[in-house]
Design a protein around this ligand. Structure first.
Ligand code: TRP
Length: 332
């Protein structure tokens, strides 16, 4: 079976964008691949944060992934496998400063930090973030990495690092991981459909995957449809609602309402009703699953520690081989 590795940062609640853009696909891949999915807490340390929030968010992300259908044996918490950091150091030594300086995500994030506060800390960890990501992938010899297009450059770097390591140590050791790009529906903010749906915009702008039914319906009901005067064709807000129907796999109702639109007979209230219903149908099982998981909190945490320990064995084996290949001494 081919190996799949992906990871997500524990930054708080999952939202619809995460689900359609990643998690839904992760769940499907489990049928045909040997999958490992990391909750990457080390990556979260690259920006200023609070220890208590990290602790809470890491478990939260684990539970939410499980509630969406990720299998517990496929999940691990990154820092339960400290070999990621060990490999990351080795890889940083075959990755040039110049390469890392060209990473667009690093440039964007440092600009943001500088804008916010001139003295804000641009950590070396943030600079090295893509090397840690390469270690996440290479340590499991992953063949495929499901990611969004925004990670293309990081994936390319992972391949370059693998190549450089193999060349330097004259051994075809690391696999060259290929991205599996996920088609991400371009969801827009419900409150301001001129912007992308994103958590950073604030609560009104995104749909929390574990929100109560009422809240979801209300959020959809108050979605902005007409953004201004002189609109030609379909407004971005209406287009976004149709996009949501597609994402939820509601083709029949989507086509009906689209026909209404072309006949000039579309009632926004009907469209919103349909979207609200589709989202509630999609999300309710996840919320129920999450409640059930939380009733067994202790036991589930133990299971995740066990799966992390099992996954760690693979990482330890890799590090044993890497020590050998790179000339580090072995204790045994
Ligand atoms: N950088 C990724 C993101 O922000 C998260 C990530 C960390 C990742 N390590 C990874 C994704 C390894 C895929 C594989 O989305």
């Amino acid at each position: 079976m081919k190996k799949v590795l992906s990871a997500i940062q524990p930054t708080g609640d999952l939202h619809l964008g995460n689900y359609f853009g990643a998690v839904q696909n992760w769940v499907k891949l489990q049928d045909n691949y040997d999958c490992k999915y990391g909750v990457v807490d080390y990556h979260c340390m690259t920006m200023p944060y609070k220890a208590s929030a990290l602790r809470e968010n890491t478990w939260k992300m684990v539970f939410q992934l499980l509630a969406c259908g990720v299998k517990v044996e496929n999940v691990f918490v990154q820092s339960f496998v400290p070999e990621h950091v060990e490999l990351s150091w080795v890889l940083s030594c075959v990755c040039s400063y110049g390469e890392l300086s060209r990473m667009t995500q690093f440039k964007d994030k440092t600009d943001q930090l500088k804008d916010k506060d001139k003295d804000a800390l641009v950590s070396s960890g943030l600079f090295l973030y893509p090397v840690l990501q390469a270690a996440d992938i290479l340590i499991y010899h992953a063949d495929y990495v499901p990611v969004g297009k925004d990670q293309e450059q990081h994936l390319e770097l992972s391949r370059n690092i693998a190549q450089r390591f193999n060349t330097q140590f004259e051994k075809e050791y690391f696999v060259h991981p290929e991205p599996l790009f996920t088609e991400i529906p371009k969801l827009l903010s419900l409150a301001d459909p001129n912007k992308k749906m994103s958590k950073s915009l604030g609560e009104k702008h995104y749909v929390n995957l574990f929100a109560e039914e009422d809240r979801i319906r209300k959020q959809v009901k108050s979605a902005v449809t007409d953004t201004g005067e002189g609109q030609i064709g379909m407004s971005p807000g209406v287009k976004n609602l149709f996009e949501l129907l597609v994402a939820c796999n509601e083709k029949t109702i989507h086509d009906q309402l689209m026909q209404d639109f072309h006949n000039g007979a579309l009632k926004y209230s009907a469209l919103k009703e349909a979207v609200g219903e589709a989202l509630v149908q999609l999300i309710s099982p996840f919320r129920d699953n999450l409640k059930a998981l939380e009733e067994n909190k202790k036991q589930i945490k133990e299971q995740v520690k066990d799966s992390s320990s099992n996954i760690r064995k693979v990482a330890q084996q890799t590090m044993k081989e890497v020590r050998e290949i790179t000339g580090l001494l072995s204790l045994k």
